[in-house]
Ligand binder design. Structure first.
Ligand code: GUN
Length: 296
């Protein structure tokens, strides 16, 4: 039976470390880190995320600024808000919640964010810095996955890592992070031939495809470390619903050496890493040393 990687407990410790770093920054004459979250429209899941981000930000001793815009707001108005936040010295992190309404060009909006305040790590400057080994803002979900992997495995050099999924938010940055750890990295996706065979090679398997329980236990190498990024709501057979990952947990846990549960695995790490990135951005903005233990 696999070890269960408790992301909820790990994230709680990381949030504690963030709160310490916030206090240290203040003691060194630095600012209270400020995170601005921009929500456009009424998407139900996004509203839940934004609320919990605001709460976690305040609990860590940071300043949370929320901006809500109507679903039909012109893109120019969102860009003007981003410009205002870029110029505001009290704002150290800017997050524009995705997805944006269909009439907006998300790439153009992300490009307008000051890369130094891009706590999502989505700006092409940060994407490029990550790919070239520079001082990037690292996307929160892959950063959280990396922290769990380091905690479980320590040195990952030479391990076979398979990332299932090639999104800009998770799959691609995750592959870059594993490459930086000197893993041998394969990025697999919906068009990959012999997906089961590719997955069975993996010492580290990161599943980020958004397909409920797509990876069964017999795709997993015995002893592998499995990180399940999926959060899928499915019918529970009793008229309600439940959350499942991209990995079939019960069968996978019989084979894997370690596995993250859903919920309570990767999910809680994402917000904790957002806070960590915001403190890092605030320290850099103030010209102070970056707090230890919050990033790469
Ligand atoms: N929507 C779902 N996940 C994310 C995320 O990590 N960042 C942003 N900005 N929007 C999201």
């Amino acid at each position: 039976m696999a070890q269960i990687l408790d992301g909820k407990a790990f994230a709680a410790r990381l949030r504690g470390r963030v709160a310490e770093a916030v206090a240290e920054l203040g003691a060194a004459g630095g600012p209270a880190p400020g995170l601005a979250v921009v929500l456009v429209g009424e998407d139900a899941a996004s509203q839940v995320y934004v609320r919990s981000k605001g709460r976690a930000t305040r609990e860590a001793g940071m300043v949370s600024l929320e901006h809500r815009l109507a679903a039909d707001v012109p893109q120019a108005e969102l860009l003007a808000l981003v410009a205002q936040l870029n110029a505001d010295p009290a704002v150290h992190g800017i997050l524009v919640q995705l997805p944006l309404p269909a009439h907006m060009d998300a790439a153009a909006v992300i490009a307008a964010i000051d890369p130094a305040k891009d706590v999502d790590g989505f700006h092409i400057s940060n994407v490029g810095l990550l790919a070239t080994g520079g001082r990037a803002m690292v996307p929160c979900t892959p950063l959280g996955c990396l922290m769990l992997l380091r905690d479980r495995l320590g040195d990952m050099a030479g391990l076979e890592a398979v990332v299932l999924g090639r999104s800009n938010i998770v799959g691609k940055p995750m592959a870059q992070l594993l490459l930086r750890e000197s893993c041998t990295v394969t990025v697999a996706h919906s068009r990959t031939r012999d997906l089961p065979g590719v997955c069975r090679r993996a010492d580290i398997l990161v599943a980020a495809v958004g397909r409920p329980e797509m990876v069964p236990g017999d795709w997993i190498k015995p002893g592998a470390t499995v990180i399940d990024v999926g959060i899928n709501r499915v019918p529970d057979g009793a008229g309600g619903s439940r959350l499942v990952g991209d990995v079939a947990f019960a069968s996978a846990a019989e084979v894997a050496g370690a596995i993250t549960p859903v919920p309570g695995g990767v999910g809680p790490m994402t917000i904790a890493c957002l806070l960590a990135n915001t403190v890092t951005a605030a320290a850099r903005a103030a010209g102070l040393p970056e707090p230890e233990g919050l990033g790469l």
